[in-house]
Design a protein. Structure first.
Lengths: 312, 299
């Protein structure tokens, strides 16, 4: 177990280093870039040079990178030009909003896709299986912004049941809870389609194994065969996929957040990228990678816990 | 499409396919498409879009960027504008038809790029193993662990967005997935007799990888490329929607939604039709992939 953690921790650190260096180089390779961004387009070259020197940005890239790492390690991630706040505060606030959205969506996706995936995969080729397979393929094919547009047309424009934006500020007569319905629905629909097809594929494979035949021939009820014998084994492979969804939910929901004007992490990164808010881009990329790699590790861990044959 | 006949042939003697002459084999395969309803439907949707995109200059009723100011008062669908116009009075039908062109060029090109780069990496990693394999695998893991959409935002916002830049980032970010698939298959295939035979003949490593191993790994690769094309269509749309896609004013489905989304409450059709267009194309590619996988399992 210690080796498992050491190996994964090393990979986590390696990834963080590589990514932070690449993003840092991309943004700060040309020495004047940062100062130019801070001073704006109308500053003279002289002013830019002066500030560059003052901030020590004329030193070699590697020196600055090491400095940056040192500051980051002590918790100082810089100052966001776009939000006029320390980067750490900006990220924490937006990440918390996204975590709420992601947690609700995740809580819906997992049971929903387990039920559908198992129901489809337990009798491959049955009418139920075909229906679920086609439906999940079609739903997973619709881009999130299109799903958002479709749902908004129905529930906001046509039926007037729900608000079209989720700014998390109660106002205009809509509660925060009602604001969350559509964003969560879009994420669940888009994501569940994919997870369902993974669970279905795994279930189909498990149902062909000899131990399932044995269980059936022993005279167990179909229900018992599915619940006690098939599902646990069928969940092994998809568990990694499911854990990877957390990664998607935190960083990939930028589209949903943009559609519904939700103040989350993804939209913050988009704004940072468009505004060239360098400190925020660098720190945000690190946070995103950190989350991605840790959920990967958690996925592997869950795999080990579920499968008694694997012991590290 | 003669569904029952093709299905019978397939289920009766599937291994016979291997012994047929090439022409007959291809005909058999084409017939087999009828045996899988998803494959047939998917292929039909994709083909319809390809035809529409190719014919766009001939069949689009208006120029894609021409605005009809008289239509601005009533932009909803009418006899003059079948799907209505957008907020600048540009004919939606024409823009949707023209918008199919960049998508249908960029998405497959990026998939081909990713397949070429990914196969090369995967073959090298799988064939040589040891430290070369380890380095490539690790590098791929790092790219894969990165939430790609954030990568796109950083890169495209930094370098500016153009068709070539989009093809570039899509190629770079999709290649590792393909590399992983190819590596897995290479690890298995390199132990086969025909690889050993080629080694005995004194063939070069490159020859063995490209001529002996790669063709035998093509099945899963083709299914995956089909899926990737669908995903790429989604991503191109998403980039357009986020404002970092193909530059305006030429029509791009995602960009069309972005421009008109704010008017959903008044004129939902402006965003709805481009959304329907992109969704149908992706559904086509994904059904095709599902169908191909089914056919592959039966082969």
């Amino acid at each position: 177990m210690a080796r498992f953690f050491a190996k994964h921790l090393a990979f986590l650190l390696l990834t963080l280093l590589v990514v932070s260096f690449l993003v840092f180089t991309l943004n700060e390779f040309s020495p004047g870039a940062v100062a130019r961004k801070m001073l704006g387009a109308y500053a003279t070259q002289e002013q830019v040079d002066l500030l560059t020197k003052q901030m020590g940005l004329d030193r070699p890239l590697l020196v600055r990178y090491v400095d940056y790492l040192r500051a980051a390690a002590s918790g100082d991630l810089g100052y966001s030009l776009r939000f006029k706040l320390p980067v750490k505060d900006v990220i924490v606030a937006h990440l918390a909003n996204t975590a709420v959205l992601a947690a609700i969506a995740f809580a819906c996706i997992v049971p929903l896709s387990m039920v559908l995936g198992v129901a489809a995969g337990m009798r491959e080729g049955s009418r139920l299986d075909r229906a679920i397979l086609i439906l999940s393929t079609v739903v997973a094919s619709i881009p999130e912004f299109a799903l958002g547009v479709f749902l908004v047309s129905i529930f906001v424009v046509w039926l007037h049941w729900l608000p079209g934006t989720a700014t998390l500020r109660a106002g205009g007569g809509w509660s925060v809870a009602s604001q969350l319905v559509l964003p969560v629905a879009v994420i669940v629909l888009f994501d569940a389609g994919y997870v369902v097809s993974m669970i279905r594929a795994s279930m189909v494979e498990v149902m062909q194994r000899p131990y399932i035949r044995t269980a059936v021939l022993k005279g167990l009820s179909f229900r018992r065969v599915i619940v006690r014998h098939a599902v646990r084994n069928a969940m092994l492979t998809p568990i990694t996929v499911i854990m990877l969804q957390i990664n998607y939910l935190v960083a990939g929901v930028v589209v949903v957040e943009t559609v519904f004007a939700y103040p989350g992490f993804g939209r913050m990164m988009l704004e940072a990228a468009l505004f060239k808010d360098i400190a925020l881009i660098e720190a945000g990329a690190l946070v995103a990678v950190f989350l991605a790699v840790t959920t990967n590790i958690l996925g592997d861990l869950a795999y080990i816990v579920l499968d008694p044959r694997i012991r590290v | 499409m003669s569904t029952p006949v093709a299905a019978d042939v397939l289920s009766a003697s599937p291994p016979a396919t291997a012994r047929l002459r090439p022409v007959a084999r291809w005909r058999r395969r084409l017939e087999a498409f009828g045996a899988s309803r998803p494959a047939a439907v998917g292929l039909a949707i994709v083909l319809v879009w390809i035809v529409l995109a190719v014919l766009a200059p001939a069949i689009a009723p208006y120029a894609p960027n021409a605005s009809d100011l008289t239509a601005l008062a009533h932009p909803t669908p009418s006899r003059a504008h079948w799907l209505g116009t957008d907020h600048l009075g540009r004919d939606l039908l024409s823009r949707i038809l023209w918008g199919a062109r960049p998508v249908l060029v960029i998405a497959p090109l990026a998939v081909l790029g990713a397949a070429a780069l990914g196969s090369l990496l995967g073959l090298t990693a799988g064939y040589y193993g040891r430290w070369i394999g380890a380095v490539i695998t690790r590098a791929c893991d790092i790219v894969l662990s990165f939430p790609v959409i954030i990568l796109y935002m950083i890169i495209l916002a930094h370098f500016g967005s153009s068709a070539w830049n989009i093809i570039g980032v899509l190629t770079l970010t999709k290649a590792p997935i393909i590399a992983r698939i190819v590596r897995g298959m290479t690890l298995d295939l390199r132990e086969r007799e025909y690889v050993a035979a080629a080694k005995m003949r004194g063939e070069s490593a490159l020859y063995i990888m490209l001529v002996e191993i790669l063709p035998n790994a093509r099945g899963p690769l083709i299914v995956d490329m089909c899926l990737r094309t669908g995903y790429n269509v989604i991503i191109i749309g998403v980039l357009g929607f986020l404002g970092i896609g193909l530059p305006p004013p030429d029509p791009d489905w995602g960009g069309m939604v972005k421009d008109t989304y704010g008017m959903m409450m008044v004129w939902p059709h402006m965003a709805l039709f481009p959304c329907a267009a992109i969704s149908s194309l992706v559904v086509g590619f994904n059904l095709l992939a599902v169908g191909l996988r089914e056919l592959g399992l039966r082969d």
